[in-house]
Design a protein around this ligand. Structure first.
Ligand SMILES: [Zn+2]
Length: 243
């Protein structure tokens, strides 16, 4: 009997959709675009979706990547992805958002932070602008401390510490997030200028230092409530966010 592999030439189906991005210390494999219709505030908006992962020595080309998938245990190591809207490669000005994963805010709709609101709002801003990309950074939970540590940090916050104090008392630097891989992916998708949706000057700096043409930034505030007031104030007072 014919196997699925014989019936469909799996490698040739994937070949055109997998891109190898050479980096200083290895390579990133980017897969996509994939059509992704999204429910955005009750309307269906169509994005193009890509996911990426870093290769290791065993996965030197894309055929090896495919061969290793079933044993790579990828579900234990989250991958990042990007939602692209419009003619991202060629349009003159694109809006970019680098969104750090927030399990509690994005998935559960927690009001302890403003992440869920920022995620949806930046997707809306990008769609309304006509072109742009939302990078969803899976290794950025709790500003890079991870979900389990974030749970502990929340307990400390319930006892009076602010976000920065809580993270530091658990042995973390305030903000350990790194944008290098996302910037590499962005460069592979677009070389024209971008405007960054952010209140965070560190993100703007990382993007500018990468050599990518950056037109400027556009702020994103909103969804202030009694539950996240202190969290938002700490962002401005201690983490250098621009109000
Ligand atoms: Zn959050």
């Amino acid at each position: 009997m014919e196997t699925v592999q014989q019936k469909f030439d799996v490698l040739s189906l994937l070949e055109d959709k997998i891109k190898r991005i050479q980096t200083g210390d290895g390579a990133i494999y980017l897969v996509g675009p994939i059509r992704l219709p999204v429910n955005l505030y009750g309307e269906t908006v169509e994005f193009k979706w890509y996911s990426w992962m870093k290769s290791d020595k065993e996965m030197d080309d894309f055929t090896q990547v495919v061969a290793h998938l079933s044993s790579a245990n990828l579900a234990e190591l989250q991958q990042s992805s990007v939602l692209v809207y419009g003619d991202f490669e060629y349009e003159e000005d694109a809006l970019i958002r680098m969104h750090s994963i927030c399990h509690t805010g994005d998935i559960f709709g927690s009001k302890r932070c403003d992440c869920g609101f920022q995620l949806k709002q930046s997707m809306k801003m990008i769609a309304e602008h006509g072109t742009g990309a939302l990078f969803y950074l899976a290794n950025h939970e709790g500003r890079g401390i991870g979900l389990f540590s974030k749970a502990m940090a929340y307990i400390l916050q319930e006892n009076g510490l602010d976000t920065v104090e809580a993270n530091e008392s658990l042995g973390f630097a305030d903000d350990t997030r790194n944008y290098d891989d996302a910037i590499q992916v962005l460069k592979a998708l677009r070389s024209k200028p971008v405007t960054l949706i952010t209140n965070n000057p560190k993100k703007l700096k990382a993007l500018k230092e990468s050599g990518l043409p950056v037109t400027g930034r556009t702020p994103l505030w909103g969804d202030v409530s009694e539950f996240n007031e202190k969290y938002l104030n700490t962002k401005v007072k201690k983490s250098g966010h621009m109000a």
